[in-house]
Design a protein around this ligand. Structure first.
Ligand SMILES: Cc1cc2nc3c(=O)[nH]c(=O)nc-3n(C[C@H](O)[C@H](O)[C@H](O)COP(=O)(O)OP(=O)(O)OC[C@H]3O[C@@H](n4cnc5c(N)ncnc54)[C@H](O)[C@@H]3O)c2cc1C
Length: 461
């Protein structure tokens, strides 16, 4: 096992991690850059190794990506390595543990990003139901179409590049079903105008959808999937302001794949392993609390990008640059602070226009699966509250087994927390609830031998 003393270890080579590593290197630090992927880029600049050109038309800001990759040339790369645990302190140094190696560093920048937030719906366990990000990842990373006739649904601007990308590669996109009303952006011009590139990007997607004759429906959602062996159709329905189905508005749309996304869930296993303070963000996600220099509550640990609030790649880059600069104790330029502020305002507007309303819970029958790994239904999660006395998501998980399977609650944790809060009469989901379904001391699967070998570092038994 190699142990190398670095000044800064950066986990995540997406927009935030690349920017952090480049900034720390520019400040003269010895930097380790670790990512589960085999090449840099994260979710935003995902591509097959050595094959960015083939998917260049599906990407934005490639000039920025290339500059960042050049900027991290001096980092020691640990690519294709999943970090399963981080431990340590500023006083004793930090250890970043992967299945293959251990990286030692004086300070840490964690930039692990996010993944699709999902809410369950009837028969969402049928083959052919994808997350919106999953459909896009297959397209950008493998040039694979999830289907020939695809329905895209959920909420948020991310649905647009997904639909445009699928259409550009020859899928027939039967419709985009946005549960909110994008007209709501009109109330946020002050947040949008300073980041004009977002407007241009949005207009580009709208033009692409028009060119491919993809119908866009607002205030409508995919509320059920149908099929024997795989998806053959979905039910879409009009929603009221609270996202309850408007009676009589249901329509069947035939398709062989459906891609749904309800925003993103920050990936917090690693920051939580270090005990950093968290809070609930405007979009209802648990995020890491950071200060103006991207410092967490744990000295020596910085977090940047989606893990401290979902806000898009340009914000992730700005935060990464700030974190990398702060990690080498250099002053943070005022222009960077201004850019982060403007992009955060845009993110706040995005969350205000594209909230996830509780009404989705009324689409579920008691027999609708919530946890697909352990096959736990909505009725069983509610019974954990109503019959067994659970009052928080963690107890509901223990009593119902929702979130105890392969994905360890990554997919169903948010829904389980929301269903528990509603059943127990809480107005909102608390940070404690979300933390209860987000903590995974072993962030990724590892062998028992490796776990035994590394147990001393993590203090676990
Ligand atoms: C599937 C998906 C597709 C997206 N596509 C778009 C898009 O087209 N347009 C858009 O504007 N926004 C998109 N987003 C939003 C997007 O994530 C961001 O805005 C941007 O990529 C955030 O940058 P980041 O650096 O914070 O995180 P990411 O880009 O997610 O990068 C995080 C990196 O950390 C690595 N990582 C995480 N955990 C570990 C671990 N335990 N060990 C090792 N490495 C780890 C990951 O492999 C990844 O490379 C997408 C998000 C997702 C989830």
């Amino acid at each position: 096992m190699a142990t190398s003393p670095y000044d800064v270890a950066v986990v995540g080579a997406g927009p935030a991690g690349l920017a952090a590593a480049a900034a720390a290197l520019a400040g003269g630090a010895r930097v380790a850059l670790i990512d589960a992927g085999r090449q840099p880029g994260g979710q935003y600049w995902r591509h097959r190794p050595g094959d960015l050109g083939a998917v260049a038309d599906l990407h934005h800001d490639l000039g920025a990506f290339r500059a960042l990759v050049a900027g991290v040339a001096g980092a020691v790369r640990y690519f294709g390595q999943h970090v399963w645990n981080v431990s340590g302190s500023a006083a004793d140094g930090f250890a970043v543990l992967t299945a293959e190696t251990e990286v030692a560093a004086r300070s840490l920048v964690l930039a692990p990003g996010a993944y699709d937030r999902q809410v369950p719906f009837r028969s969402w366990d049928l083959p052919g139901v994808y997350t919106a990000g999953g459909a896009q990842a297959l397209l950008k990373g493998n040039e694979v179409l999830v289907g020939r006739r695809v329905v895209v649904g959920g909420t948020g601007p991310f649905l647009l590049p997904v639909a445009a990308g699928l259409a550009a590669r020859g899928a027939h996109v039967a419709g985009v079903y946005e549960a909110n009303a994008p007209a709501g952006w009109a109330r946020h011009t002050a947040a949008v105008l300073p980041v004009a590139a977002k407007l241009t990007e949005g207009a580009g997607y709208a033009a692409a959808l028009a060119r491919h004759r993809v119908p866009f429906h607002s205030r409508r959602a995919v509320v059920a999937a149908h099929g024997e062996q795989a998806v053959e159709a979905v039910t879409v329905a009009k929603l009221d302001r609270e996202w309850r189905i408007v009676p009589g508005s249901e329509r069947i749309v035939e398709c062989d794949a459906v891609a749904v996304g309800w925003g993103f869930t920050p990936q917090l296993e690693l920051p939580l392993a270090l005990g950093v303070a968290t809070r609930v963000d405007a979009d209802g996600s648990l995020v890491v609390e950071v200060d103006e220099r991207q410092r967490t509550s744990v000295p020596g640990v910085y977090v940047a990008g989606e893990a401290c609030g979902v806000g898009g790649a340009p914000l992730a880059v700005a935060e990464g640059e700030i974190a990398g600069t702060a990690a080498v104790a250099a002053p943070v330029p005022a222009r960077l602070r201004r850019r982060r502020r403007a992009l955060r305002r845009f993110a706040a507007a995005m969350h205000a226009v594209h909230p996830v309303r509780d009404g989705w819970q009324s689409w579920l029958g008691d027999d609708t699966l919530v946890c697909r790994c352990e096959e736990v239904t909505a009725g069983e999660v509610r019974a954990a509250v109503d019959d067994l006395g659970a009052t928080d998501a963690r107890t509901a998980k223990l009593l119902s087994r929702a979130g105890m399977g392969w994905c360890q609650g990554r997919v169903c944790g948010y829904a389980t927390a929301c269903l528990t809060a509603s059943a127990s009469g809480s107005a909102t989901v608390s940070a404690l609830d979300l933390q209860g379904v987000s903590e995974r001391p072993i962030a990724v699967p590892i062998s028992l031998g490796r776990l035994a070998g590394d147990a001393g570092h993590t203090g676990q038994q």
